[in-house]
Design a protein around this ligand. Structure first.
Ligand SMILES: Nc1ncnc2c1ncn2[C@@H]1O[C@H](COP(=O)(O)OP(=O)(O)OP(=O)(O)O)[C@@H](O)[C@H]1O
Ligand SMILES: [Mg+2]
Length: 244
């Protein structure tokens, strides 16, 4: 895929403007470009000669692919119409998640941009429903997500959006990666694992549960987990739903 160096990019106002989404405001675009450069990004990937390669478009951000120290990275840029331009909080949450081996590695941030590891692969639901993984592959993937949720719970970070894991877990080649810590917060009652279980037991995954012969969730075990966040209560829960 084509890329354009930052120096070269400066000569193309039409491309620079795309850094400010959706309003193409020149001043905002210029500040994004400055941050991108300061974060050590050397080039940005293009879809074609006239367009940057947007790999994500959310309510709050757009995500581009950059080159940094010779490798591809995700460049997450606040939309110009999203009032919170600070990246400090999200960066802090992602940093804490990284400490327990969760989330894309954060390489740096400078308002209104975060640069992190680029995760490639389909979202979890798509992977489960359309890639037809074997039972053991699927269980390994789900178990890995559950254990990551547990680690987040134990570190007191609530991701905040894991009941829709389809949007926020990517099934990468080397395992699942939880993305988007934009809604994450400190919590003494984090709901990562319980949200993930809710996702696992939601309608869209009926077929998946059937194929994997997952057991029912025992309310009492769930309560025990919520009260203790203990390793034992986690293992009991995982054994009961037959993920082990
Ligand atoms: N590190 C990453 N690697 C690869 N793709 C990513 C990465 N981060 C985000 N994306 C892609 O960009 C999309 C939007 O990212 P993200 O969810 O972080 O932004 P958002 O603005 O918070 O979105 P929303 O408001 O819809 O939740 C994701 O769904 C995903 O497809
Ligand atoms: Mg998101």
């Amino acid at each position: 895929m084509m890329s354009i160096g930052i120096e070269e990019l400066r000569k193309h106002a039409q491309l620079i403007a795309q850094l400010s989404y959706p309003s193409r405001c020149p001043r905002y675009a210029a500040s994004v470009l400055r941050s991108v450069e300061e974060l050590g990004v050397d080039a940005i990937l293009l879809k074609d000669v006239e367009n940057l390669n947007l790999i994500g478009k959310g309510f709050r951000n757009i995500v581009l692919v950059g080159l940094r120290e010779g490798r591809r990275v995700a460049v997450k840029v606040r939309r110009d119409d999203y009032p919170e331009k600070s990246t400090w909080r999200e960066a802090r949450m992602l940093e804490l998640a990284n400490r327990v081996q969760v989330g894309p590695l954060l390489f740096g941030h400078r308002d209104p941009v975060l640069v992190m590891e680029l995760i490639e692969g389909p979202d979890l639901t798509r992977w489960l429903l359309h890639k037809w993984p074997s039972t053991s592959e699927a269980k390994t993937m789900l178990l890995d997500v559950a254990r990551q949720c547990f680690r987040l719970d134990r570190s007191g970070i609530d991701h905040g959006e894991l009941s829709d894991a389809s949007k926020h877990v990517i099934a990468a080649e080397c395992g699942p990666v939880v993305i988007d810590f934009g809604s994450a917060s400190h919590s003494i009652r984090p709901k990562n694992l319980t949200s993930f279980i809710n996702y696992l037991y939601s309608r869209p995954l009926d077929l998946v549960r059937e194929r994997l012969s997952l057991g029912e969730v025992n309310r009492r075990s769930l309560r025990a987990y919520k009260e203790t966040y203990s390793h034992e209560s986690l293992e009991t829960l995982l054994a009961e739903i037959q993920l082990l």
